[in-house]
Design a protein around this ligand. Structure first.
Ligand code: FAD
Length: 308
């Protein structure tokens, strides 16, 4: 049996389920606080406690440890989100077993052979994973999502035994993004700018284009380091991993750490003054030109096409 930790229903959960399914064993799921709408598992084990009203990684890990001790799975799989990796890291420490994060492939066995993303996506590592159970997370957007077939799994609630220490780390407050808009991670269109924007004011035209396309605004680390935009806007290895239908990268050179965050984009349009910028090697479309001229021109054409 394989247990899949479901942080929330959605595409990443379906990707983790598809990955776990390939291990060829019956699937069970763990959820904290309530049963998510997922299919393809025999039973969803729902850990119940007031602390699960918000994200509480140590408490979730303790619930996972109890489930592992009760069900003796061969493996535990989760989506390789920040929270998924955090929960499995806690669980690995408690179970004293190794943990392989951000896997893109795994072959069942002991040891299990895994391929995982390292160094922000700049290399793939083949490794052997020992220990029991095998703990692994799945690199977001690296494997296709399983179809949510609609079959209703059984739900079993349980109350894990939690210490005060387990309850210490939890989300106590949520602050909405200043623009209240679409989240970078979920946006179908992301318009980003880098140092080429020149100043915080340079983002006015980026916000305008993102608004016209119903997308979110992103940026490079050069921009967050300069204090032009908040860190929540940063795309990359140390920022948000995005997977939009189209990524419009303006005045961004394409450093490996930036590209690590936008590999999941279905299409990439680069706008850059430098025809030799590294980002052009990954671009599906490119405009060689000054973003301060190109971006307003694109917005103007969009307005014209819509009859605004
Ligand atoms: P630059 O590299 O300076 O590129 C600016 C680009 O703008 C150039 O290609 C230039 O030709 C173009 N340009 C200039 N003016 C214009 C104009 N008017 N119109 C059009 N184009 C123009 N970076 C990230 O982005 N995300 C991360 O998560 C991240 N994590 C990192 C983690 C580590 C450990 C390290 C060491 C670095 C990390 N970085 C990250 C930084 C990364 O290495 C680069 O320094 C950064 O991405 C560069 O940002 P940039 O492309 O905006 O700036």
């Amino acid at each position: 049996m394989v247990i899949v930790y479901i942080e929330e229903a959605g595409e990443l959960a379906q990707q983790a389920l598809a990955f776990a399914h390939e291990l060829g064993e019956p699937l069970h799921a763990l959820a904290a606080g309530g049963a998510p709408a997922v299919a393809g598992v025999e039973t969803i084990h729902v850990a119940e406690d007031d602390v699960f009203a918000s994200h509480a990684p140590a408490a979730i890990a303790q619930a996972l440890v109890e489930l592992v001790e009760r069900l003796a799975p061969t493996a535990v799989v989760a989506a390789g989100t920040e929270r998924g990796n955090e929960v499995l890291a806690h669980a690995a420490a408690r179970l004293d077993v190794p943990f392989s994060a951000n896997c893109v492939a795994a072959t069942a066995g002991d040891p299990m052979h895994v391929t995982r993303v390292r160094w922000g996506g700049s290399l793939l590592e083949d490794a052997r994973l020992h220990g029991s159970p095998k703990l692994l997370t799945v690199q977001p957007h690296a494997v296709p999502a399983a179809e949510n077939t609609g079959d209703e799994p059984e739900t079993e609630a349980f109350a894990p035994t939690l210490s005060e220490g387990d309850r210490l780390v939890r989300v106590v407050e949520r602050v909405a993004a200043a623009d209240g808009g679409i989240s970078l991670a979920d946006a179908k269109v992301v318009v980003s700018a880098g140092r080429g924007a020149g100043s915080p004011e340079g983002f006015g035209i980026i916000e305008e284009l993102a608004g016209l396309l119903g997308g979110a605004v992103g940026c490079s680390r050069a921009v967050t380091m300069a204090g032009w935009r908040p860190h929540t806007d940063q795309v990359g290895q140390t920022g948000t991993k995005i997977a939009p239908e189209i990524y419009i990268a303006c005045g961004i050179s394409g450093a490996t750490q930036h590209m690590a965050g936008c590999k999941g984009a279905k299409a990439l349009l680069a706008i850059n003054t430098d025809a030799d910028a590294p980002i052009l090697a990954s671009a599906d479309y490119a405009v060689i030109g000054d973003l301060h001229e190109v971006v307003p021109a694109v917005s103007a054409e969009l307005r014209k096409a819509r009859g605004d």
